[in-house]
Design a protein around this ligand. Structure first.
Ligand code: ARG
Length: 465
């Protein structure tokens, strides 16, 4: 939990060249400690690896290293216990920790910043932090996928209308429909994994922008921190935030997928559709209308996708006109990124429970199917199998649909004799293809909606988890 930093009258760590103390308003304006203290754990890990490398390279002594390790260990405990005194004077998480370290470890603390700048430090912290969050998001995605796959397996044979233009199009199974979201979220996982490997590159060593005159060992630091490689070019390493932008793009896309599912849940649960019942524990009532049971969770997920899209746009706009290398603008990268991570994680977690609790209403789905001539294409295909050209078959069935409309009934309910008026090739066996079950069962190929295929697809998805 973030603690409120205290204002004080201390000197800044960089105040050597200044004649007057910084204006109070400027101090508050430029401080980031209020939000970047979230990076404390990563800042300490990065400092430890840096100090160990400095000692190994003979840039600081073993004794200095021991003092630094001890001091940083204590600071970590203070932060975890909530007793660390965050200060606005120290501007950001990096200087807060460094100042405390110097208070604890004296000279050794002052040596830690050798061959380093806050510019490569903050880029390192942010990458370490985001790497961990990507792993947490991946786990949350896997959990949601598990819930979707379980529902798809349970309802592999449950027929419902599939829609185009939000109009009843053809019968599909509820399981098949849910597996469409499984496919989307699986791609989100792959995208995030690829993004992770570009996040997982070490900037430390770039220093302010030009590298350092000390004989540093970047590979050693990378290894200790679990980075896959180096953000090699020192100017690029401190200035680009494309890794954060890329993450937000992945997050925005995942949120758009959740938002579409949320939208469907809102529609399905509305009494006009009545396709699903939502668990009471995921709904809210109205303070004025006693009869209401609102799908607030789904609506909020749909709404929150806007925040994550906003984060992506914010970071793109933040980056676009910055000259190389580091600019303070980049301090503005954190809050949108944090918010994108928090929002996506929250939405994934809550959606898992909502999906697991969805109860479909087969009767309502079937009733909707019976109103939309949903098996018209099946009848046309039937005629094609009897030797009619598809365009002619299409025309014959379209006329039959018009007749059904005129009688206020569904194509599937027209008597055989009536159907035969539109094509003499229609026989008694056509009745079977006009049922939703016959329709879905006939789409029996990889990626099709036949219950057997849905079960197989669900099993494959389960294996990929
Ligand atoms: N708080 C700063 C940030 O978030 C850290 C880097 C500051 N570097 C500097 N030269 N002012 O980006």
């Amino acid at each position: 939990m973030a603690t409120k930093p205290q204002a004080g009258s201390g000197r800044q760590l960089w105040s050597g060249r200044f004649r007057e103390p910084v204006d109070e308003r400027v101090k508050r304006f430029s401080a980031s400690v209020g939000f970047d203290q979230r990076l404390a754990k990563q800042d300490i890990a990065g400092s430890l690896a840096h100090a160990r490398m400095l000692a190994a390279a003979g840039i600081i002594t073993k004794r200095d290293l021991t003092a630094i390790e001890r001091g940083l260990g204590r600071i970590r405990r203070e932060i975890e216990a909530g007793s660390f005194a965050w200060s606005l004077d120290a501007e950001d998480v990096h200087l807060n920790i460094e100042r405390r370290l110097t208070a604890l470890a004296g000279e050794a603390g002052k040596r830690l910043h050798t061959a380093r700048s806050r510019n490569d430090q903050v880029a390192t912290d942010l990458r370490l932090w985001l790497r961990e969050e990507i792993d947490a998001i991946d786990a949350a995605l896997a959990a949601l996928l598990r819930a979707l796959i379980a529902q798809a397996e349970r309802h592999a044979a449950l027929v419902m209308p599939g829609f185009t233009h939000l109009q009843v199009a053809q019968p599909v199974t509820f399981g098949h429909h849910l597996l469409a979201y499984v496919a989307m979220l699986e791609r989100d996982r792959v995208r995030l994994a690829q993004c992770r490997s570009r996040v997982n590159q070490l900037p430390l060593g770039a220093a302010a922008l030009a590298g350092t005159s000390f004989p540093i060992q970047r590979q050693r630091v990378a290894r200790e921190l679990g980075f896959e490689g180096l953000a090699e070019n020192s100017i690029d390493a401190v200035s680009d935030r494309d890794f954060a932008i890329e993450f937000c793009a992945c997050a925005a896309l995942a949120m758009v997928h959740l938002s579409r599912l949320a939208e469907e849940i809102v529609l399905w649960s509305s009494p006009r559709f009545g396709f699903v019942r939502l668990p009471d524990r995921y709904c809210t009532g109205s303070s004025i209308m006693p009869q209401k049971k609102n799908p607030d969770v789904a609506e909020l997920v749909r709404g929150k996708s806007a925040r994550v899209i906003g984060s992506l746009v914010a970071l793109l706009a933040l980056m676009k006109a910055q000259p190389l290398a580091y600019n303070k603008d980049n301090q503005e990268d954190k809050e949108p990124l944090f918010d994108a991570v928090d929002t996506l994680k929250d939405c994934l977690a809550i959606f898992g429970g909502l999906i697991a609790g969805l109860v479909p209403v087969p009767r309502a789905m079937r009733a909707a199917l019976a109103e939309g001539h949903a098996t018209a294409t099946d009848l046309a295909d039937y005629l094609v199998r009897k030797g009619v050209a598809f365009r002619d078959a299409h025309e014959a069935v379209a006329r039959a649909v018009r007749e059904a409309e005129r009688r206020g009934t569904d194509l599937a309910r027209l008597p055989l004799a009536t159907l035969r008026r539109f094509s003499p090739k229609i026989g008694a066996d056509a009745k079977r293809v006009l049922t939703p079950e016959g329709s879905v069962a006939s789409r029996n190929h990889v990626g099709g909606t036949a219950p057997a295929q849905v079960r197989k697809a669900a099993a494959r998805a389960r294996k990929r988890l």
